[in-house]
Design a protein around this ligand. Sequence first.
Ligand SMILES: Cc1ncc(COP(=O)(O)O)c(C=O)c1O
Length: 367
Amino acid sequence: MRSIPFSNLRVQQEHLGTSIQSAVSDVINSGWYLLGNKLAVFEKQFALYNGNNYCAGVASGTDAITLSLLALGILPGDEVITTDITAYPTITGIVNAQATPVPVDIDSTTGLIDPSKIEESITQKTKALVVVHLYGQCCDMNTITTLCKKHALFLIEDCAQAAGALYYGKKAGTFGNCSAFSFYPTKNLGALGDAGAVVTDSADLYTKITELRNYGQKNRYIHDSHGINSRLDEIQASILSVKLPYLDTWNKRRNEIALQYRNRLTSVQCLKQEPYNYNNYHLFIIRHKQRDLLSKYLADNGIQTLIHYPVPVHRQKAFPYTVDKQFTNAVDFADTILSLPLYPELSDSDVDYIISVVNSFESREAC
Ligand SMILES: Cc1ncc(COP(=O)(O)O)c(C=O)c1O
């Protein structure tokens, strides 16, 4: 029987291993490991790739969200609206800035925040909106930027899953005041450890973030604000510079595989493909009422699947805030979704195999 893991970073490492080892050796031999030339080079490359004026490398995507909020002047107790279906670190990033996260229900056809439900959650205390381009599909940014302007809210894009994704041909991360990226190893652009970045077009926000990531240090040993330690180190920056030129090719391959899934899966429901989006297919989600049985069936046939995410934000034990709203879509969504393996290194025959096994699942009752 075949065995198809949910992700497989070893193949990518085999392909790029020599270049990565040489980049890492350069850093080791340079004797300079933090806030040096490799970071400066990667920051320039990523800002250019994404179409932003500035990029500040930080230690993780979670910190990128926190630092964005702090740089924007969000204060303890300010409310920050976000989505009920996301990786919990979106919430961690908000809570670490001492703000109060306010989740909003999703559009069940995409799993993304439902823009029509945002306004009812806005209060006097609402200061910002963190939208999450989940699974590599952009939120409806025209509607969302209009809402933010109307209510004078800061906009932060959580682009942890959206490197290279496009909305009407424009990169994810170019719509907000600040945008947060994660380079966690399994992301479309992944480091070999933790790493993240904030991109912005504002020189002031960029300067503020570079201070806040370095204990609020303005000049050597001079601290104007209370920051954190969140630096993207030279080794990870050099690795990201090796990988960045491949990102578009990898995303293209992800799209080829996604198209196969979309065209040939017969017994499950796929998420809606919005015509304005070019997804980076960080994840490929299917829905089925008998999700747990399907997942077991796939596992019995050697195919590993995961659930992104099994528990909506408002139902997580860590989420200590009371919400007197219904999250009907999020709850149903979390109960019926399943993520299939999708990564550039997946072979055509693996894709054929996955499709044939999913299609052979006994129950035909799609959501
Ligand atoms: C949507 C989303 N936001 C934030 C994060 C946090 O990124 P990191 O793991 O780099 O802190 C992740 C990563 O898991 C994510 O998927």
